[in-house]
Design a protein around this ligand. Structure first.
Ligand code: UT7
Length: 318
């Protein structure tokens, strides 16, 4: 496969660290120095579906692909306003697509999984184009009374169109079943037969555990995916990493011993938008013409589960 178009969309409201410090015991200084985040966008009047559709349309326009040329829609999403149907069904109708679709929930690693699924579909079906949309609304999940987690996240959507090609050089996906560091339970509807009590609530996160798992699993994945691609760290032009914490990115950078210029970031503007961080960053790089035909990109992400993944991809439409 190859990526032939990118798109993204953000909520209108930008929430600065100072705005959060008005209702929580935190400060711009603490958040910037510990995370690199200065502001994040949060959904207010718009819906996640609106953002997903806008990102999808931007990606299709960038790819020069029309609606009837999309043969499959894959949506990566953790939470949205519906438990069912899937977000893909909702935005499928809003876009006016006619192809099949489904959602995946691999938390922040969703884009890595979606790329691998798209590659397999392109190999096993006579599909031309697959639309991947990562649309996430962690603002709906976090505990807005817990300063150690709510400051980290933002809402947003990123999308790509992929087509037949030979640009996916290597993939490494993993699931470590470690639920404790990061989880959220949904509220159970009362039934006449179930007597046990199950309580829903906001996200629960052990930040330090997630931090350690993120660094150890990402550095492992990067090592493995580079070996699979038959490449050394020097041969990668850009490391497009999950935007969760600038200190995690910096530790990974030191592991591969590569210059900062190879590690584009936008975490200061958007915080952690879960699986949307990498396609949003890719879209920024693409639209600002920083990516050149033939550039080698290494993407790597980690998230609840614990899921992790890394991909080496050659950039280019040819
Ligand atoms: O996609 C995956 C999503 N999750 C992550 O990526 C999370 C990964 N983990 C992290 O990014 C970091 O662990 C955090 C940013 C969450 C926390 O940073 P840390 O350097 O590990 O801080 P800490 O948990 O060790 O807390 C240090 C202090 C504590 O105070 P005491 O106990 O030393 O008095 C916290 O209560 O900082 C306090 N603290 C805050 N202070 C001001 C925690 N959050 C805040 C805050 N503002 N927002």
């Amino acid at each position: 496969m190859k990526i032939i178009g990118t798109g993204s969309a953000h909520p209108a409201l930008s929430v600065t660290n100072d705005m959060i410090a008005q209702f929580l015991d935190t400060s711009d200084e603490w958040i910037v120095s510990r995370t690199g985040i200065k502001e994040r966008r949060l959904i207010t009047d718009e819906t996640l579906e609106d953002l997903a559709v806008e990102a999808a349309k931007n990606a299709m326009e960038n790819a020069g692909v029309k609606l009837d040329e999309i043969d499959f829609l894959i949506v990566s999403n953790v939470v949205n306003e519906y438990d069912t149907p899937s977000l893909s069904c909702v935005i499928h109708g809003m876009l006016g697509l006619e192809c099949p679709s489904f959602d995946i929930n691999c938390a922040c690693t969703g884009f890595m999984y979606a790329l691998d699924i798209a590659e397999s579909f392109l190999k096993t079906h006579d599909y031309r184009n697959i639309l991947i949309v990562c649309a996430e609304e962690p603002g709906r999940m976090v505990d807005w009374k817990d300063r150690s987690q709510c400051v980290l996240f933002g809402d947003g959507a990123g999308a790509v169109v992929v087509t037949q090609g030979d640009n996916l050089k290597a993939v490494q996906l993993r699931t470590h079943s470690k639920v404790d560091p990061l989880w959220q339970k949904r509220l159970m509807q009362p039934t006449p037969f179930v007597t046990k009590e199950e309580k829903g609530g906001p996200l629960v996160m052990n930040g330090q555990d997630v931090f350690k798992l993120a660094v150890s699993s990402s550095t492992d994945d990067i090592d493995i995916v580079l070996r699979r691609a038959g490449m050394t760290p020097d041969q990668i032009d850009y490391y497009v990493l999950h935007q969760a914490n600038i200190r995690i990115i910096e530790m990974i950078r030191r592991f591969v011993r590569q210059p900062q210029s190879k590690f584009p970031v936008n975490i200061e503007k958007y915080g952690n938008t879960s699986s949307a961080t990498i396609p949003i960053l890719l879209d920024e790089l693409n639209r600002s013409n920083r990516l050149k035909e033939g550039d080698m990109i290494l993407m790597s992400a980690f998230g609840a589960g614990f899921t992790t993944g890394a991909v080496v991809l050659r950039w280019g439409k040819n």
